[in-house]
Design a protein around this ligand. Structure first.
Ligand code: ZN
Ligand code: ZN
Length: 364
């Protein structure tokens, strides 16, 4: 049985539990997960007896090639009228789950008008729940995406950083990932040296990277739809003592965070364990974000690994552990690994060296 059919069956079981007759899926990553369709315009209607993938003529050829377990119907660009027709064929007054986080109010309103008799039910997490634990094929694709980022980083670091522009280094990383097999970067690459490193989501600037500071590099690849995510902070020359200290604290917090990962552990406890290291060093206020996030078809997905997280880690989840210490006006450090949760602990997918990077490229 194809992965697509198996996933559709798991969704059907979820529909039964929620007392829904069907689901109209609109989030692209969820449609890809369920049917294999890769494109920008589709809806998937899934019910007990079948599944229909609605897309428009631009995707007719590729959708028929990609879709498994769903019949492909080519509709008009808007797809809502075609969705209403497909729903009407389900029988009298079906309860149809829609994705509250993805269907806009405007499209919801028009869909409701087009449907006669059907009841739309707002749902959250219908497909995301299924995506939480990855199967072996998904983990293999994510591991390959992580390898691509590792190889690209090694290529680019070999050229040195000091004196090169941040935006050029980011472009080189992009090119290197594509050369190693990436479809694209999984998010805008971050290269942030000096005070720029104090911004967790810094945009690479057309500025030369100075010596005697830290340079934060955050990158990830997309491989057959699946993302990777990794951050390394490179120590250049002899940075300010406060940055050296921040690096050591962050590295220890990252190690402790990875160590805390295991199936059955609350995601919030992993955040707590890592954060405690930074708190104890008196740098708690400089760690301004959650410890990590799930990664899969989306670069940021469940489970969230934050203080407020409610999820418990399970074997097969893929997530990041990425503490950061950001010192405004001075610089920042973040170290991020991508890993798979197992019953024994974390299987780390990011292979790039950490402290070795610092030593190897020390230009002092
Ligand atoms: Zn990252
Ligand atoms: Zn991340």
């Amino acid at each position: 049985m194809s992965a697509g059919s198996h996933r559709l069956d798991r969704l059907r079981a979820a529909l039964a539990r929620r007392e829904l007759d069907a689901a109209l899926i609109s989030a692209p990553a969820n449609i890809r997960y369920l049917t294999g369709y890769v494109g920008s315009n589709a809806l998937a209607l899934v019910w007990d007896g079948g599944a229909t993938l609605l897309t428009d003529g631009r995707y007719a050829v590729s959708a028929r090639r990609q879709a498994t377990g769903a019949d492909v119907v080519i509709g008009k660009r808007d797809l809502l009228g075609d969705a209403a027709t497909a729903v009407s064929e389900l029988g009298a007054a079906p309860a149809v789950g829609v994705e509250a986080a993805h269907l806009t109010l405007e499209r919801h309103g028009r869909l409701e008008t087009a449907l006669s008799g059907a009841r739309l039910v707002a749902t959250t997490g219908l497909v995301e729940d299924l995506r939480l634990v990855k199967d072996d094929d998904e983990i293999a694709l994510i591991a390959e995406a992580a390898d691509i980022a590792d190889r690209a980083l090694a290529d680019v670091l070999a050229l040195g950083l000091v004196g090169r522009r941040e935006d050029e280094v980011a472009l080189d990383l992009h090119a290197a990932m594509v050369r190693h097999g990436a479809e694209a970067p999984s998010f805008p690459i971050i290269v942030a040296a000096g005070p720029g490193g104090a911004l967790p989501h810094a945009v690479p600037r057309p500025e030369p990277i100075p010596d005697d500071t830290l340079c934060v590099i955050d990158l990830g690849a997309v491989h057959r739809g699946y993302c990777s995510d990794m951050t390394r902070t490179v120590v250049l020359g002899r940075p300010d003592e406060r940055l050296v200290e921040a690096y050591a604290v962050c590295a220890e917090a990252q190690r402790v965070g990875v160590e805390a990962v295991r199936a059955g552990v609350a995601a919030a406890d992993v955040d707590r364990a890592s954060r405690a290291v930074i708190d104890e060093a008196g740098l708690g206020e400089a760690f301004v974000h959650g410890l990590g996030h799930g990664v899969g078809l989306d670069i940021h997905e469940r489970p969230g690994v934050r203080r407020e997280a409610t999820e418990t880690l399970a074997s097969g989840m893929v997530l990041t552990v990425e503490p950061g210490v950001y010192l405004e006006g001075l610089g920042g450090v973040r170290i991020e690994d991508l890993l798979v949760v197992t019953d024994e602990g974390a299987r780390v997918l990011s292979r790039s060296p950490k402290d070795d990077i610092a030593k190897e490229h020390d230009t002092a």
